[in-house]
Design a protein around this ligand. Structure first.
Ligand code: FES
Length: 107
């Protein structure tokens, strides 16, 4: 089972298991990562699953789609070049252990 790594605003590092082809958001929620609210349940409609992708691994991901890009303008924390909505990031087996996400201090 692949794992993804989340870093809390306080710097706590947490590895969570990811069900096959699940999103980073659902892995975070199921893994009890604090700070991923995901109000819309992954429909790309709430912007409360915002994460910062660690620059070391951002090139492993395809760029955000048009809808995600628009919604990123509505995130509560500062939007940065490495901002993504975690519900739109699928964790494939090839990404096992390679993705690191910083959770912003507000959603
Ligand atoms: S969970 Fe709502 S936009 Fe990601």
């Amino acid at each position: 089972m692949p794992v993804a790594i989340f870093i809390s605003p306080e710097g706590e590092r947490r590895e969570v298991n990811v069900l096959k082809n699940a999103s980073a958001m659902s892995a975070a929620v199921q893994g009890g990562v604090r700070g991923i609210v995901a109000e819309c349940g992954g429909s790309c409609a709430c912007a409360t699953c915002h994460v910062y992708v660690d620059p070391s691994c951002i090139d492993l991901l395809p760029p955000p789609g048009e809808l995600e890009d628009e919604l990123l303008d509505a995130v509560a924390a500062e939007r940065r070049p490495n901002s993504r909505l975690s519900c739109q990031i699928k964790i494939t087996p090839e990404l096992d252990g390679r993705l690191v996400f910083q959770v912003p201090d507000q959603q």
